[in-house]
Design a protein around this ligand. Structure first.
Ligand code: HEC
Ligand code: HEC
Length: 210
């Protein structure tokens, strides 16, 4: 199968980078370089669309998920997507399908797929609950510092705005109860300050953010 990104990365100048060890720091450098180079970016998106085919059934071709328990990958920051594969593969994070899939993706696949989905827009979806002002207050005091005023995250923190409410609620409950499916997450410490009612209020607010 053709692999544009690899070919370009291997061409003069990018060799050292494409063979660098997968430390978080190296990956940040590599991702940033791809994102700042139009040709690399196009190659990654093209490869990602091809490699990502088996993800579309659940996460949608444009990264807007097909079911409310499945997260959107659209507009998610590429480095976060990349590191989650690592977490599924090494057992820090567990999900029946994802844990199996993660081990089968090469480093190049993971980069291309992460870049591909990060380029899509999140569509507004119907949410089963309304947002209220308490949820907004909780967000403004406890979440914005890491996830940003708009919930869009950055290179270090995931985007959470517009995720399906069901996924947000169940994920936050996993953090609250220190569920082994998402162990050792910095979110567990943060969320201990909320009770379940507040957790649902903040989840509803985040679901409606754009
Ligand atoms: C059968 C459905 C299914 C398929 C196919 C699937 N996923 Fe997933 N994916 C899920 C579910 C469900 C979750 C949420 C797991 C959890 O709750 O931790 C998830 C989570 C993720 C996450 C974490 C996102 C986040 O916001 O933390 C990433 C990244 C991801 N999938 C990428 C992929 C990629 C790339 C593929 C294709 C190679 C793929 N998935 C195929 C169902 C699927
Ligand atoms: C100290 C920084 C920090 C604060 C404050 C913080 N978060 Fe997070 N959040 C993170 C990090 C880092 C992750 C990625 C966790 C992982 O990989 O397990 C994350 C992940 C999440 C996720 C899962 C995203 C996904 O796609 O699966 C949700 C939902 C979330 N945070 C919601 C919140 C809410 C709501 C608040 C406020 C109550 C909050 N966070 C406050 C750092 C923070």
């Amino acid at each position: 199968m053709k692999y544009l990104l690899r070919t370009l990365l291997l061409s003069a100048g990018f060799i050292a980078l494409s063979s660098a060890a997968e430390t978080a720091e190296n990956m940040l450098v590599e991702m940033t370089m791809i994102q700042n180079n139009t040709a690399l970016m196009q190659a990654a998106v093209e490869d990602g669309r091809e490699r990502g085919q088996l993800c579309f059934r659940c996460h949608g071709e444009d990264g807007n998920s097909k079911r409310d328990y499945i997260p959107n990958l659209a507009s998610q920051n590429a480095l976060y997507l990349f590191t989650q594969f690592e977490h599924f593969a090494d057992g820090t994070r567990k999900d029946y399908v994802m844990s199996k899939l993660a081990g089968h993706l090469s480093k190049d696949d993971r980069i291309a797929i992460a870049v591909y989905f990060s380029q899509s827009e999140v569509n507004k979806r119907p949410q089963p609950v309304d947002a209220n002002v308490k949820g907004e207050q909780l967000y403004r005091s406890m979440c914005f510092a890491c996830h940003g005023n708009e919930g869009h995250g950055n290179q270090q923190y995931p985007r959470i705005a517009g995720q399906p409410y069901e996924y947000l609620e169940s994920t936050l409950l996993k953090f609250l109860h220190k569920d082994p499916e998402r162990k050792n997450s910095p979110m567990s410490a943060v969320i201990q300050n909320l009770n379940e009612k507040q957790l649902k209020e903040v989840a509803a607010y985040v679901a409606h953010m754009e």
